[in-house]
Design a protein around this ligand. Structure first.
Ligand code: SGN
Ligand code: CA
Length: 544
């Protein structure tokens, strides 16, 4: 091609780029998306609930006061990597290929919202937990924790490789977020994703909060001693109870003789001498008193619940501080007015409800995730929304905020109309859920289901069990009414709804797993024995 012709093509192209940026006007909003790991709504005071008084979260609450609290933000698959993959792609696991945490690597060559935002002229940055196996794509700047990351003296991976930093992860991630904001191109809008490791297991608090909540009695959930009698086998056979699965050394910072190895390998093993001295000062006396009391039975479970919750809530204090610091940074730099500030988590979590910790189940506490959004001048302050929204909607929301085109193959919907108080007439009336990781940590059976805001139909397909809950008459989901004559019509309707959603989202046919062949992976000894016995029984049945 002649140089003159090339030059004119170049001129045309530059004019087009200038035009597109000018056509956006660049008054488009910035997006700060703070995202934590395993933060349940029960532990955010803006949501009320039993912990609101003892563990207030003033900075998180400010987002709700200035903006909107979503009470029904449901996840597509209640586990870390799959939730993150859904957010990046706006698609269910069966479409983005990331079904389970285990042995899965996110295919970063596929369409994601950060790539589309980049194309639309946004600066994109992600700092903190990523947990998707491959390195991030579509980000101008990324600085991630390897895998689950560490609370103390965490390693970070960047384009340049891996390095270690001294200090507490939530604070370091916040500092890095502010540093990125400081050096960004101030003429372009941005999305900044601040992704905390906290409050993930094993709940290691920052040095300044090691003794927070000492002397405070954390209220117990009504269902702490659930006996699982009102349901099928899945709720009974999991490996995630405070009583049996949660250990003193591994999880609760008690240097018990037989658990010291685990204790050292966990958070404690990463501490430098000064940090270790602070932990010893905070925990040793309490641990001595606990060991001297020789608790057993329910008293022991109650003690474990208290220690668990205090460490979890201590971690939240740092997350809340992080939100406060970022809000302050935005306000000091004149950015508050034109920034959409979003807080959410990869899923909810059991804070002793049903006797559990962890997530995975379609029961409310882990199926529902927090979502708080402020957008000055656009979202009415103090509003509360009870529509069925989902982490499936986040990608489309971000694109809509940026005025970018939303691809047809994304499976959610933009929340921007809801932010502005005008829900589209055809908004979803039910939400589809699907969890795939069995066998795996905590041994929760694979299941899918549908939820319409009141009724929830669940299907554990490997064990051929259905459950139905009426959350109006049974808000804690203690008794399945599947097959009950009073619920025949409702059950039929939900079955139709489930079939419809499977079609709408193009679900493949599910192959049942042969459970007599799966490798059991229990970390609680008594649950492991029971599991092996069941597996043997299944094998014996097969031989006959
Ligand atoms: C780790 C935890 C599990 C947790 C998974 C998934 N065990 O394996 O308790 O369910 O992560 O969490 S731990 O002993 O290593 O803490 S997720 O947030 O990544 O999905
Ligand atoms: Ca998680």
């Amino acid at each position: 091609m002649k140089p003159k012709k090339l030059k004119s093509i170049f001129c045309l192209l530059s004019a087009f780029v200038l035009l597109t940026n000018a056509s956006y006007g660049d008054s488009r909003p910035n997006i700060v998306f703070v995202f934590s790991d395993d933060h349940a709504t029960q532990a955010i005071s803006a949501y009320g609930g039993r912990l609101a008084k003892v563990a207030p979260t003033p900075n998180l609450d400010r987002i709700a006061e200035q903006g909107m609290r979503f009470d029904r933000c449901m996840v597509t698959n209640s586990i870390c990597g799959p939730s993150r993959a859904t957010i990046l792609t706006g698609k269910y696991s069966h479409k983005n290929g990331f079904y389970t945490n285990e042995n899965t690597v996110f295919d970063g060559s596929q369409q994601t919202f950060p790539k589309l935002l980049q194309k639309a002229g946004y600066q994109t940055a992600i700092i903190g937990k990523w947990h998707l196996g491959s390195n991030p794509t579509g980000f101008d700047h990324w600085e991630i924790l390897p895998g689950q990351g560490s609370y103390y003296n965490p390693d970070f991976i960047t384009k340049e490789g891996k390095h270690r930093e001294t200090g507490y992860v939530t604070e370091i991630v916040t500092d890095k977020a502010k540093a990125w904001l400081e050096q960004r191109d101030k003429d372009k809008p941005f999305i900044l994703m601040v992704q905390h490791k906290a409050p993930h297991r094993a709940w290691d608090p920052a040095p300044e909060y090691l003794s927070a909540f000492d002397g405070v009695e954390i209220p117990e959930p009504e269902t702490l001693f659930d006996d699982y009698s009102g349901r099928g086998t899945a709720a009974r056979d999991q490996d995630m109870t405070i009583e049996k699965t949660m250990t003193l050394g591994r999880d609760l910072k008690v240097k018990e003789k037989d658990a010291t190895g685990d204790f050292m390998k966990r958070g404690y093993g990463r501490l430098n001498p000064e940090q270790a001295a602070l932990w010893d000062a905070a925990y040793q006396k309490k641990n001595d008193a606990f060991l001297a009391a020789k608790l057993t039975g329910k008293a022991l479970t109650r003690w474990k619940y208290q220690r668990y919750m205090k460490d979890y809530l201590r971690c939240i204090k740092s997350v809340d501080d992080s939100v406060g610091e970022l809000q302050q940074y935005l306000s000091k730099n004149g950015l508050s007015e034109n920034t959409v500030f979003i807080y959410s988590s990869d899923q909810g979590f059991y804070l002793g409800e049903h006797g559990w910790f962890d997530k995975r189940f379609m029961f409310d506490e882990s199926y529902r995730t927090p979502l708080l959004v402020s957008w000055p001048g656009k979202i009415k302050p103090g509003s509360v929304n009870r529509d069925l929204v989902s982490n499936l909607d986040f990608a489309e929301t971000f694109l809509d905020l940026a005025g970018a085109k939303i691809p047809q193959d994304m499976q959610g919907a933009s929340l921007v109309p809801i932010f502005k108080g005008s829900k589209p007439a055809d908004w979803r009336s039910s939400h589809y859920y699907h969890y795939y990781e069995y066998p795996g940590w905590h041994m929760v059976q694979r299941h899918e289901g549908v939820y319409d805001g009141r009724y929830k139909l669940m299907r554990y397909y490997d064990v051929d069990e259905w459950e139905l809950y009426d959350m109006k008459s049974d808000p804690h989901e203690m008794k399945s009414v599947y097959g009950h004559p009073d619920y025949t019509e409702i059950s039929k309707r939900l079955h139709r709804e489930l079939d419809g959603l499977r079609k709408q989202f193009d679900l493949p046919v599910i192959e049942k797993q042969d459970l007599s062949n799966v490798n059991m992976r229990y970390h609680s000894e008594s649950i492991r024995k029971a599991g092996i016995a069941r597996k043997k029984a299944a094998e014996a049945k097969k031989v006959k």
